[in-house]
Design a protein around this ligand. Sequence first.
Ligand SMILES: C[S@@+](CC[C@H](N)C(=O)[O-])C[C@H]1O[C@@H](n2cnc3c(N)ncnc32)[C@H](O)[C@@H]1O
Length: 213
Amino acid sequence: MHFLSPVLENYIQSNSEDEPKILQELTRETHLKILRPRMLTGHFQGRVLSMLSKIIAPKNILEIGTYTGYSAICLAEGMQPDGQLHTIDINEELQDIQRKYFDKSGYGSQISQHTGDAKSIIPKLDITFDLVFIDAEKKDYPEYFELVLEKTRPGSVILSDNVLWSGKVVEPVDKKDKVTPILLNYNKILKEDKRVETVLLPVRDGLTLTRVL
Ligand SMILES: C[S@@+](CC[C@H](N)C(=O)[O-])C[C@H]1O[C@@H](n2cnc3c(N)ncnc32)[C@H](O)[C@@H]1O
């Protein structure tokens, strides 16, 4: 869904940083070879993630939901020179394309791929993360949030994607729709939880910026 007119979206994108060539290539290969290419973050939000990561300058980054690796590479752009990015995806068929582009990006040795359910992998990571990007199974967002909060410190930033769910969060909820009520609840949790402070940005499908207190 477009929250802004396509003309305005084009203007915003053309007055933001250009999309690096490697990410253009990854987008093309994802569209040609992988199912559901719309899941990929894309040019504008990718540059937002890159910019946020550069401002935060994280040493350790956690990503939940790698897909073909687009957002991981964007986040890695801001990582400290000795930083590490851990990214988790349940779909093992995506491992080869992820590794190909992680290596091409120059961040290959600093990116660890984890394959499996994020809910069982996160508790096993003995790392404090400075930046977390949540972008996997929407129904599990509240659980991811609790699990990652355990792995952060005051000042860590947690980003959550798709929190506007194509605008469905402000429309009457269809009885068969199981996801929108969960995201409505998730957005309320982030707003009310006294352990964090949150702003919801209208970037692409909604991107929440949450700072741990
Ligand atoms: C929206 S895509 C991620 C897109 C990616 N962050 C990007 O911007 O290019 C969501 C991914 O989450 C993965 N996923 C779904 N459930 C998961 C789970 N329980 N644990 C880990 N990954 C999961 C899917 O396999 C899918 O690749």
